[in-house]
Design a protein around this ligand. Structure first.
Ligand code: ZN
Length: 81
């Protein structure tokens, strides 16, 4: 029982610290962005629940704009490949 409680607390603390990681940080790909992002191209608001359509998006987050198809990372920065 105590183990479960400790696990939950560790999880909350971990999420808290990960959400503090800023996009310029070298650990940025591990960070969690809790705020809504907008397409850098057409300003379309991106949904909170994302459907990853590439391995990178599944691993590190990011969106593909459903309006114009621009790929962006979880901080709303356009990804140019
Ligand atoms: Zn767009």
């Amino acid at each position: 029982m105590n183990t479960i409680l400790i696990g939950i607390i560790v999880g909350i603390v971990l999420v808290f610290f990960l959400s503090l990681i800023k996009k310029d940080d070298k650990l940025a790909h591990l960070g969690i962005n809790l705020s809504r992002i907008y397409c850098p191209n057409c300003n379309e608001k991106q949904p909170i629940v994302r459907k990853p359509n590439s391995q990178r998006q599944a691993l590190y987050g990011g969106h593909t704009c459903r309006k114009c198809g621009t790929e962006m990372d979880k901080y709303g920065e356009e990804i140019i490949e």
